[in-house]
Design a binder for this molecule. Structure first.
Ligand SMILES: [Zn+2]
Length: 486
């Protein structure tokens, strides 16, 4: 059996409907999953929703529904978006599942057994939107540094986790391995560690909607401990040890940069305490802005991924998000930029290549079997093809997703240039069937290769292109990417 590859998106907080940031992470995860499957790996892609916490209770109450009704509705909306964006997840986990409840308790018991939980009083700021405690120096003019909203002031007896005990182990992990990527995030995490890690509260009073602590102290387990444990539950912990041992530790946790503290400090520390193996890597991607401004529901500066997919197709959305911004950096969305990339690279380049290859092969089907020798232009194209394989592989292995897309795009350009140089439409007129046969076969091969490597990025169009470029029978169809006027 092929070697396993386990990757995860964060589970998305079910306080509100999905937005473009969720789509970005999930599309990237899906592209990586599809690439690894193409490589023969036994892939497990986990996504889902984070459904507990004080903020969920508040939002549900403000809408006059129960927390359960609220999270059911939100989970359905996430799932519908993933289906619209062709996300090939293997499991959609919800933290309100009983299997997850058991996993959280199993993890908690391990933390207790290692002596890392103790009682203490917490007093300070708590952002309900982040579900995170903040030290006074972490606040931005008294407000949550992520949401710029006022925090709750909390003072209560809680269970605390001895994060400080893992200070040295975490520093070594982050400094000496590829655990945190990209480098900018690693440096950020290292700076937090070197500042000194403080124990943190892992239970909450005043919240009902969560997993109750088993000690009966009338608290629920802190929602981030609950949420992080989903990566264990997703592959069978604690009930299905065969699946768990097959897929754990995760190869990759993809996250947005706002949650690196939880994934790069809390999570490995909890696992070390629990005596469970650590995931191999956490990769934090950047944030998107729209028209140079922060995306914000309050100002109405948003991008609806579902509406965009309805207008241009899921492939167009996937392509734009993976192509426009170097993966790991911040990016900016503009509609003009979206249309420009779409027309130039999907409609005019790839779509056009597939169209020309199928139309020519169909029109001159008789020449396809004519024997002939490859010349200069073919050798050049074959050299480009070889370069493509190694470039795409290297790009995906280092999660330079934009670079993988660019590599295929450059190959498509080379294939279109090959058609210009060899001009098969003229060869047909000269009656040189041997030469025409060589050119058509190379064109078809090049288009098939582009479709193969585009499959993780634009799976719908790539599958349709591969079908039309079939080895036994070539089929002509409507443009894969109709052009749009800007
Ligand atoms: Zn916040």
């Amino acid at each position: 059996m092929e070697s396993p590859y386990y990757l995860t998106t964060p589970i998305y907080y079910a306080n509100d409907v999905p937005h473009i940031g969720h789509a970005y992470t999930t599309i990237a995860a899906d592209a990586i999953a599809r690439y690894q499957r193409l490589n023969g790996r036994d892939v497990f892609l986990l996504t889902g929703t984070d459904e507990h916490g004080v903020n969920i209770e508040r939002v549900a109450a403000s809408q006059g529904v129960s927390a359960r009704e609220h999270v059911d509705r939100i989970a359905r909306q996430f799932d519908a978006l993933w289906s619209r964006l062709d996300i090939s997840y293997d499991r959609f986990i919800r933290t309100t599942e009983s299997a997850h409840h058991r996993a959280v308790l199993a993890l908690w018991q391990r933390l207790q057994a290692s002596g890392d939980l103790y009682r203490a009083t917490y007093a300070g700021a708590y952002c309900a939107r982040c579900e995170a405690y903040y030290q006074p120096d972490e606040l931005d003019r008294g407000l949550c540094p992520v949401h710029a909203l006022a925090c709750d002031t909390v003072a209560e007896q809680n269970w605390f986790f001895r994060l400080s005990r893992y200070q040295d182990a975490l520093e070594r992990l982050v400094r000496d391995t590829d655990f945190v990527r990209p480098t900018s995030r690693r440096n950020e995490v290292l700076a937090v560690i070197r500042d000194g890690l403080r124990d943190f509260s892992v239970s909450r009073r005043q919240v009902r909607w969560g997993v109750p602590v088993p000690e009966g102290t009338d608290e629920v387990i802190y929602v981030w401990v609950d949420a992080l444990a989903n990566y264990l539950t997703g592959v069978g912990y604690p009930d299905d040890s065969a699946t768990f041992e097959r897929y754990w530790p995760a190869d990759l946790h993809l996250v947005g940069k706002e949650i690196i503290r939880f994934h790069c400090l809390y999570w490995p520390a909890l696992l070390l305490s629990a005596g469970l193996p650590l995931p191999r890597q956490v990769f934090a991607h950047g944030w998107l802005t729209k028209d140079g401004k922060k995306i914000s529901k309050t100002t109405g500066n948003t991008i609806d991924p579902s509406a965009l997919a309805a207008e241009f197709g899921s492939d167009a959305v996937r392509y734009y998000l993976l192509r426009a911004t170097p993966f790991g950096q911040d990016g900016d969305y503009t509609r003009a930029g979206f249309l420009r990339l779409y027309n130039a690279e999907l409609a005019n380049a790839f779509g056009n290549l597939v169209q020309r290859a199928t139309v020519l092969a169909h029109r001159h089907a008789g020449a396809l079997s004519a024997e002939g020798a490859a010349c200069g232009p073919e050798l050049e194209l074959c050299a480009e093809a070889e370069k493509l394989d190694s470039r795409v592989t290297a790009a995906f292995e280092t999660l330079a997703l934009h670079e993988a897309v660019a590599a295929v795009g450059e190959f498509v350009t080379a294939a279109n240039r090959y058609l210009q140089v060899t001009a098969p439409w003229q060869l047909a007129g000269t009656g040189d069937a041997r030469r025409l046969g060589v050119v058509l076969r190379h064109t078809l091969q090049a288009a098939r290769l582009a479709a193969r490597w585009y499959a993780p990025i634009i799976p719908r169009a790539a599958a349709e292109a591969s079908r039309r470029l079939g080895v036994t029978r070539v089929e002509v169809g409507p443009p894969l990417f109709p052009r749009y006027s800007c």
